[in-house]
Design a binder for this molecule. Structure first.
Ligand SMILES: *[C@@H]1O[C@H](CO)[C@@H](O)[C@H](O)[C@H]1NC(C)=O
Ligand SMILES: *[C@@H]1O[C@H](CO)[C@@H](O)[C@H](O)[C@H]1NC(C)=O
Length: 548
C-alpha cells in the first residue's frame, strides 16, 4: 500500500466510524415513562407553537422556568403545524401539550407571512381550567423567579415605545365570556400590527394610562381597591434584547430582569450565528446546554435528525478534498511536497520573506518584458471577479446547508469548513484552468529565452528554484486569506464588544480588508499560474510545478 492509499484508507475508516457510532443513549427522563403531564395547579405558564422551528425555543423556555423552581403547570398550545415528534418531546420535557386550531387572521394578505396564525394567541383567554395564566413567547427565556406575576389582576403586559404594549409576555385571567367577546370582534377591531398585538391594543384601549403593577403592596391595600381591568408590568418582565443591543444598555437594573425577550427578527437565539452577534444570547445558550435528554439524542438541545447530518457535513469536505488530492485533481500534492522543502529553506525565507512573496510578479513586470507580454491584460480582472463569485457561491452554499439550530461553535466550524472547501475547489480549479490554458497557448507561440531567465530571477543567487519560491508564495496567499477570513468575524467577540452596531461596523471594515486582500491575491495567484503554465510548456524540462 502506498502512503497515499494508506491515508485514504485511514480517513475512510475514521469517517465511517464517526458516522455510524450511535450516540450514547442517556437515561431518558422520568416524565416520559409515566405518561404525559396532567393538570396539577390552578395557575399555569403557557406558550404557543405554530411550527417546529420554535420547538427548541419552547424547550429552553420550559427548562428556564423549571430552573426557577416553579411547580406551576406549563402548557404548550400547539397548532397543526407542530409535528407529532415535537409534541412528544415537549411532553417528555414536562409540558402539557394542548392542540388548538388556528384562529384565522382577518387582515387579508398580511405581511410578513409569519403573522398569519398569530391571532391564535387569543386562545390563552379561553384557558378556563386555570385561574391565571402567564403567557410567554417561545423566543423568551426566564432568568429569575417570576412567580409574582401571578398576583397580577385581569390583564397585564409590558408597555413598550409609542404607548403600545408588547404581547410577548402577558398575564391573563382566562374568561370564556371575554374570549367569546374577542372572537366576535376579531373581524371588526383594527390591528395596527396586522396581528394579535395590534388587536389586543384595540381591545384594551388606554392601556398606556393603566396603573403600574405593584405586587409588593400590603394585602390590605390590594384588597381594599377594585381589581383594575388592566395593569402595566415593569420592563424587567419583558426585557427587550433588541433594544438592549442597539443602545448597549438595559435601561433597568440588569440583575432584576426576570424575562429576556429576543425580539430581533433574524437573530433568534436558536440560530447559531446569533451567539456571535448578540451578547445576551449567552443566557439562552446556557439554558440550552442544560436541556435533559428527554428523548434519545435531545440532550443539550440536540436534534436527532440533524446530529447525523452534522456529522456528514463535518466529514464530507475532508473526504472531497482528500479524493481530489488523491486523484491529483488539486494542487495540494505540490503544496504538501513543497512543505518539507519550505522547512529546509526556512532560514533563507526568514531573511528575505518580505520581498520573497511578491517578487515573482514584480520581477516579471520589470526585468522580464518578454514574459510580461505573455500575460493577458484581462487575466487579473477576470480572476478578481471569479474569486469574488467563488467566495459568494461558497458563502451561500455554506449558510444554506448548515442547519440553523446547531450549537454556535458547530455552526461556525461547519460554515468555515464548507466555505473554505468550496472556495478552494472553485478557485483552485480556476487556477488550474489558467495554468493549462497558458501551457497550451505557450506551446503554440513559444518563447525560448524566457524560461532560463525566470529560473534565475527569483532566488537572486541562482541556487533557488523558481517552483520553490512559487509554492511558498502561493502558500502564503492561501494561508493569509484563511487567517483573515477566520479572524475578522471573530474579532468583535474577542474584543468584548457587546453592542450590535460597533460589531457590525468592525465586521464590515474587516470584510473590506479581506476583500482587498482577495483582490490582490487572486490576481497574483492567477498570474503565477499563467506564468507557470508558460514555464511548463515543455514538460520534459520541468517537473516541479507551481501549484495552479
Ligand atoms: C373555550 O373553552 C370552553 C371550555 O373549555 C370550550 O367549551 C369552548 O369550546 C372554547 N371555545 C373555543 C372557541 O374554542
Ligand atoms: C439592582 O438590583 C439588585 C437586586 O435586586 C440590588 O441588590 C442592587 O442594589 C440594584 N442596583 C441598583 C443600582 O439599583
Amino acid at each position: 500500500m502506498s502512503p497515499h492509499q494508506a491515508w485514504l484508507f485511514a480517513v475512510v475508516v475514521v469517517t465511517l466510524g464517526a458516522l455510524f457510532s450511535t450516540p450514547s443513549n442517556g437515561v431518558v427522563s422520568a416524565s416520559a415513562s409515566v405518561g404525559p403531564p396532567r393538570r396539577s395547579s390552578d395557575e399555569a405558564y403557557a406558550t404557543l407553537l405554530y411550527g417546529n422551528e420554535f420547538l427548541l425555543g419552547a424547550r429552553v423556555l420550559g427548562k428556564s422556568l423549571r430552573n426557577t423552581g416553579t411547580t406551576k403547570d406549563m402548557v404548550a398550545l400547539v397548532s397543526n403545524g407542530v409535528s407529532a415528534y415535537a409534541r412528544e418531546l415537549l411532553q417528555a420535557d414536562g409540558w402539557i401539550v394542548t392542540k388548538v386550531d388556528l384562529v384565522a387572521n382577518p387582515n387579508r394578505g398580511v405581511k410578513p407571512r409569519r403573522l398569519w396564525g398569530v391571532y391564535t394567541k387569543l386562545r390563552i383567554f379561553n384557558m378556563t381550567d386555570y385561574k391565571k395564566v402567564v403567557y410567554l413567547d417561545a423566543d423568551t427565556v426566564v432568568v429569575k423567579n417570576i412567580e409574582k406575576m401571578f398576583k397580577c389582576g385581569k390583564f397585564c403586559a409590558v408597555l413598550k415605545h409609542s404607548e403600545r404594549f408588547n404581547a410577548g409576555v402577558l398575564v391573563v385571567e382566562p374568561s370564556q365570556a371575554m374570549f367569546e367577546d374577542m372572537m366576535s370582534k376579531v373581524n371588526t377591531l383594527e390591528s395596527y400590527t396586522g396581528g394579535d398585538q395590534g388587536f389586543l391594543e384595540s381591545y384594551f384601549p388606554g392601556f398606556a394610562n393603566a396603573r403600574i403593577f405593584e405586587p409588593n403592596l400590603p394585602p390590605e391595600i390590594l384588597d381594599s381597591r377594585p381589581v383594575p381591568k388592566m395593569e402595566r408590568l415593569p420592563t424587567i418582565y419583558n426585557a427587550d434584547v433588541g433594544q438592549c443591543v442597539i443602545s448597549n444598555n438595559w435601561k433597568v437594573n440588569a440583575s432584576e430582569i426576570g424575562v429576556l425577550h429576543y425580539t430581533i427578527g433574524p437573530l433568534k437565539p436558536w440560530d447559531w450565528w446569533t451567539s456571535w452577534l448578540l451578547k445576551p444570547a449567552d443566557a439562552w445558550q446556557n439554558v440550552r446546554k442544560q436541556l435533559p435528554e428527554s428523548l434519545p439524542g435531545t440532550g443539550g438541545g440536540g436534534i436527532p435528525d440533524e446530529n447525523f447530518l452534522v456529522k456528514i457535513l463535518l466529514f464530507l469536505p475532508f473526504g472531497a478534498l482528500f479524493f481530489c488530492y488523491y486523484r491529483s485533481l488539486l494542487p495540494t500534492r505540490d503544496y504538501f511536497s513543497s512543505l518539507s522543502d519550505q522547512i529546509k529553506h526556512l532560514h533563507f525565507k526568514s531573511r528575505s520573506a518580505g520581498t520573497h512573496i511578491y517578487n515573482g510578479v514584480s520581477t516579471s513586470s520589470t526585468s522580464n518584458p518578454n514574459h510580461q507580454a505573455k500575460v493577458p491584460v484581462y487575466l487579473g480582472g477576470v480572476s478578481v471577479i471569479f474569486s469574488f463569485m467563488a467566495a459568494l457561491v461558497a458563502l451561500s452554499i455554506a449558510f444554506a446547508i448548515v442547519p440553523r439550530q446547531v450549537m454556535p461553535w458547530t455552526g461556525l466550524l461547519l460554515v468555515y469548513e464548507w466555505i473554505f472547501t468550496i472556495f478552494f475547489l472553485l478557485f483552485g480549479g480556476y487556477l488550474r484552468l489558467v495554468y493549462h490554458w497558458a501551457k497550451a497557448t505557450a506551446v503554440q507561440s513559444g518563447s525560448p529565452t524566457f524560461r532560463s531567465e525566470s529560473l534565475e530571477y527569483d532566488s537572486g543567487k541562482g541556487h533557488q528554484r523558481f517552483a520553490q519560491s512559487c509554492d511558498n508564495a502561493t502558500w502564503y496567499y492561501w494561508l493569509l486569506m484563511a487567517v483573515l477570513a477566520i479572524a475578522i468575524p471573530l474579532l468583535p467577540s474577542f474584543l468584548g464588544l457587546t453592542s450590535l452596531f460597533p460589531r457590525i461596523v468592525l465586521m464590515v471594515a474587516g470584510g473590506l480588508i479581506l476583500a482587498s486582500f482577495m483582490t490582490y491575491a487572486s490576481e497574483h495567484l492567477a498570474i503565477r499560474s499563467f506564468q507557470k503554465g508558460v514555464e511548463d510548456r515543455d514538460t520534459t524540462r520541468s517537473k516541479n510545478t507551481c501549484p495552479s
